[in-house]
Design a protein around this ligand. Structure first.
Ligand code: ACO
Length: 334
């Protein structure tokens, strides 16, 4: 029997229409467009407005687009798995809302949380369902409404985040394409350096936790930056090496979009020129689990069957990883 692998056969995406510019942010906190552009590389980000709209609002739209593009009926979908740090609620799961609203009524659904590395964790998990041979159509959704947990009085974090969501369809293949390899890591040393402290079972919400702004992202930026650069570059290099990929073999690097300086460092380590790196941080900011699928969504029409892609991400935990993807179709025809 030939080995079954999982391949991405389509991609959908959604970003909200409302734009929050650096000028808007400089009216809220003591910062400038120049500081944000030179230290981070973000010009603007999307913000999901509207009462009661959570991550599912964006996920539903990304999945509807995916189903339309791939011409797949929602009833054929067997798994809907969502990677998010900003679920609509503690429960029910965001996946269950997305599946219900998109008509995926025969799917098992669950959420995963791998912070900014969430898409890589979820993609490898979804791929394993396909590789098991028991599932033929798996949707992996990944995205966040980061503005819901962003403190717009904290200048060190509020310029960084935006809202957005992507979704991919995974199907079986016996061809030499798909999710070829993954290195996924965790190291708890990041625990207190990148955290939303309260609102969970350790520190349930109280008036005091609200007053102390503990329901927002706290980040020790300098500490996180150091690890993001070294850990992400290490795994990206390791996965390229162990799959025998030289810089000429790599068509695209798809890095998590947290800071342009981190992205540049990874490209430098892999000795890949800037025109082979997907970068859209300037217009969307850090959408956490959404950054990598939103890059794939935007670059889809440039992707060709057989292209070698290295995906790399780093987030709270710390969790991080790199994934080697051999693209499965000509994106220009999608
Ligand atoms: N405007 C102006 N000045 C600012 C701002 C701002 N928005 N924010 C911070 N500063 C000041 C600081 O107060 C500090 O001033 P000081 O030297 O007088 O104390 C100075 O700028 C430098 O601050 P740093 O925090 O050292 O700034 P840095 O260059 O490290 O940039 C940043 C901060 C952008 C957060 C960077 O550290 C970073 O990108 N970190 C990693 C982010 C990341 O990868 N996160 C993981 C994924 S996110 C997730 O999982 C949810």
């Amino acid at each position: 029997m030939r080995e079954i692998n999982a391949v991405i056969t389509g991609i959908g995406g959604y970003v909200p229409e409302d734009i929050l510019t650096n000028e808007d942010i400089s009216k809220m906190v003591d910062t400038t467009d120049e500081w944000i552009m030179t230290r981070v590389g973000i010009k603007e980000r999307r913000i999901l407005r509207g009462e009661g709209r959570g991550t599912s609002y964006m996920g539903i739209r990304a999945v509807k687009q995916l189903l339309e593009k791939t011409n797949v009926s929602p009833e054929e979908i067997e798994v809907v798995l969502t990677a998010t740090t900003t679920p609509d609620h503690h429960f029910p799961t965001t996946s269950s809302i997305i599946a219900y609203q998109t008509g995926c009524k025969n799917a098992m659904t669950f959420d995963m949380q791998g912070a900014c590395a969430g898409f890589l964790y979820a993609l490898e998990t979804g791929a394993n369902y396909i590789r098991s041979g028991r599932y033929k159509k798996v949707i992996v959704v990944a995205g966040d409404k980061m503005t819901a947990i962003t403190d717009y009085t904290d200048r060190s974090t509020c310029p960084l985040f935006g809202d957005g969501c992507g979704a991919v369809l995974l199907e079986p293949t016996e061809e030499n394409v798909g999710v070829m390899d993954a290195i996924l890591r965790t190291n708890g040393t990041g625990y207190s350096h990148l955290i939303m402290k309260s609102g969970g079972s350790a520190y349930p919400p109280t008036h005091e936790t609200v007053d102390k702004h503990e329901h927002f992202v706290f980040q020790d930026g300098r500490y996180v930056f150091k690890y993001a650069v070294s850990y992400m570059s290490d795994v990206a290099e390791e996965i390229a090496k162990r799959n025998g990929l030289t810089r000429d073999d790599i068509a695209w690097i798809v890095p998590h979009q947290a800071n342009l300086r981190i992205i540049d460092a990874i490209a430098k380590r892999l000795e890949v020129s800037e025109d082979k790196v997907m970068i859209n941080i300037q217009k969307y900011g850090n959408t956490s689990a959404g950054t990598i699928p939103l890059c794939l969504w935007e670059w889809e029409n440039k992707l060709k069957k057989g292209d070698n892609l290295i995906l790399a991400a780093f987030g709270a935990g710390f969790t991080w990883g790199a994934l080697y993807l051999k693209w499965g179709y000509d994106g220009a025809k999608a």
